[in-house]
Design a protein around this ligand. Structure first.
Ligand SMILES: Nc1ncnc2c1ncn2[C@@H]1O[C@H](COP(=O)(O)OP(=O)(O)OP(=O)(O)O)[C@@H](O)[C@H]1O
Ligand SMILES: [Mg+2]
Length: 419
C-alpha cells in the first residue's frame, strides 16, 4: 500500500493494490496513519557526551536500549541530561533556558553536547554547544553534523526529531493561553521546521507596529506597510497551526481507543484570525485581517499592543470520552490527556516526517497509578520510539527492568542501577 498526500487540495491518494486506488479529501484517513508508521525510521541515541553542560563536567555514556529510565535523588542531574537531548531540536530546549545558564557553573564559558545517533542515514554524529568569541561577549550557539559545521538545528531535522513532556506543562489546560500557544507552536515546529522563522518574523513585525502606533500614529503609510507584513505572516502562522491541529485531530480520531488509559483529546483552534483562515482563501483572509488591523489602530495604540492576531489565539482541548473541557478534568485526568496528546503528536511527527521522534518524559511515572503506569510502558513499547524517562524512585521502573536501561544519575555521572 502506498500513500500520497497532495497538500494544496488536502487530498489523500491510497494505493491499496494493482486495481484499487482510494481517494480521501480532508483529514488523514486511518489507513494513511497506519501505513506511514510502518515505513518510518526509528532513530536512537547510542552514545551521549556532555562537556560542561549544567551539572556535568565530562559525561560519556552509551546505551543500546529503546527505553531508558534515569533515576537518582533530587538534584542529581536527570532533567539536565534530557534537557541536553532537547537542545538537538530547534529552539531553547525543554527548559527554554538562556544558553548562558546551561554552561557549567562556576567557571565554564561554554558547553558541548554530542550524540552518536543510529538514524535514518545510519551512524550520524550530531553536536551543539556554545562558544564565547572573546571575554565578556555573549555565547554563540554552534551546530555540527558529522564533524562539519551546520547553520542551525534545522540541519538535524532529517536525522532526528524530539518531543517532550515535563512537569512544567502540568498546568497547560488551566493556565494562560500563551503557554498553550507555545505548546501548539512546538507541535507545529516538530512537523514543519520553517514554523520558527515565521513566528519569529511575526513577533518582530508586531513589535514594529506597536512602536509605530506609539511613536508615529499619524504615519499611515508606515502603518499600512507594517500591517501588510503582519497580515501575511499572521495568516501563514495560522494556516500552519491550523494544518497541524487538523492533522492531529484526524490522527486522534483514526486511532482513538475508548478503553485507553490515556483519554483521547478533541483539539481545536480558537481566535478571530483562526476563523478568518478557516472561512476564507488565504488572500482574502489577509485582506480582512489587514482591514481589522487598520480599524483597530486607536484601540491597539491605547492598549500598547496589537490585540487581534495569532498572538491572541488559543488551543482548545477537551477530554473526548467525558465530553468536558480539559480544564474541568481532574489533575490525574489532565496528565493522562496531555500524555495521550504528546504520544499522538509523536505519531503525527512520525507519519509526516518519516522519523519517529525521540521522546523525553520528565517525571512521568510518579504521576500515574500503577495501572496507568503499566499502560504507559505498554504504549511506549508499541510506539517503538526511543524514550528517555526520569524519576527519582527506581521502583517506578521495576516492571520494565527487563527491557529498559535503568540508570542511576549521581553528581555528574551516569551508571547502571545497582542491585
Ligand atoms: N549551569 C549549571 N552549572 C552547574 N550546575 C547546574 C547548572 N544548572 C543547574 N545546575 C544544577 O544541576 C543540578 C541537577 O538539576 P536537575 O534539574 O537535572 O536535577 P534532577 O535530577 O532532575 O532533580 P529532581 O528530581 O529534583 O527533578 C541542580 O542541583 C542544579 O542546581
Ligand atoms: Mg528533574
Amino acid at each position: 500500500m502506498n500513500v500520497y498526500y497532495i497538500p494544496l487540495f488536502q487530498l489523500w491518494k491510497i494505493n491499496l493494490g494493482p486495481n484499487h486506488v482510494s481517494w480521501h479529501i480532508g483529514p488523514m484517513p486511518a489507513a494513511a496513519t497506519i501505513d506511514m508508521l510502518q515505513s518510518c525510521s526509528f532513530p536512537a541515541i547510542r552514545r551521549l557526551r556532555l562537556t560542561n553542560f549544567r551539572s556535568y563536567g565530562a559525561l560519556d555514556f552509551r546505551t543500546g536500549s529503546t527505553l531508558i529510565a534515569l533515576t537518582g535523588e533530587n538534584g542529581a542531574g536527570k532533567t539536565n541530561l534530557i534537557e541536553a537531548l532537547s537542545l538537538l531540536s530547534p529552539g531553547r530546549g525543554l527548559r527554554r533556558a538562556e544558553m548562558a545558564a546551561c554552561a557549567r557553573a562556576p567557571g565554564s564559558t561554554g558547553f558541548a553536547i554530542s550524540v552518536d545517533l543510529d538514524g535514518p542515514y545510519g551512524e550520524t554524529r550530531l553536536g551543539t554547544g556554545t562558544e564565547i568569541a572573546y571575554p565578556g561577549s555573549n555565547p554563540v550557539r554552534r551546530y555540527r553534523l558529522n564533524q562539519a559545521n551546520a547553520g542551525s538545528a534545522r540541519a538535524f531535522a532529517d536525522h532526528l526529531r524530539v518531543v517532550w513532556l515535563t512537569p512544567s506543562m502540568d498546568g497547560l489546560f488551566t493556565g494562560a493561553a500563551g503557554e498553550r500557544r507555545r505548546f501548539l507552536d512546538r507541535l507545529v515546529l516538530a512537523v514543519d521546521a520553517d514554523h520558527a522563522s515565521r513566528t519569529n518574523a511575526l513577533e518582530r513585525a508586531l513589535r514594529n507596529r506597536n512602536k509605530l502606533l506609539e511613536a508615529s500614529p499619524g504615519n499611515g503609510a508606515w502603518l499600512d506597510a507594517a500591517e501588510r507584513e503582519i497580515a501575511e505572516l499572521g495568516v501563514a502562522v495560522t494556516a500552519a497551526r491550523n494544518e497541524t491541529v487538523a492533522r492531529l485531530a484526524a490522527l486522534i480520531a483514526a486511532t482513538k481507543d475508548e478503553n485507553s488509559a490515556f483519554p483521547w483529546a478533541i483539539v481545536a483552534l480558537e481566535g478571530e484570525i483562526d476563523r478568518l483562515v478557516a472561512n476564507y482563501p488565504s488572500l482574502e483572509a489577509e485582506d480582512r485581517y489587514r482591514g481589522l488591523l487598520r480599524d483597530n489602530r486607536g484601540r491597539d495604540a491605547a492598549a500598547g499592543r496589537t490585540l487581534l492576531g495569532p498572538q491572541a489565539s488559543d488551543l482548545v482541548v477537551s477530554h473526548g470520552p467525558k465530553e468536558i473541557a480539559a480544564s474541568q478534568a481532574s489533575t490525574g485526568e489532565q496528565k493522562a490527556l496531555l500524555t495521550g496528546l504528546v504520544l499522538a503528536h509523536a505519531r503525527l511527527v512520525a507519519s509526516m516526517s518519516g522519523i519517529m521522534p525521540i521522546i523525553l518524559l520528565d517525571e512521568i511515572a510518579a504521576h500515574f497509578d500503577p495501572l496507568r503506569r503499566s499502560a504507559l510502558y505498554g504504549e511506549l513499547q508499541s510506539l517503538r520510539a526511543q524514550v528517555w524517562m526520569t524519576g527519582a524512585d527506581p521502583a517506578l521502573f521495576a516492571e520494565i527492568a527487563g527491557c529498559a536501561d535503568i540508570l542511576q544519575v549521581r553528581t555528574g555521572a551516569v551508571s547502571p542501577l545497582e542491585g
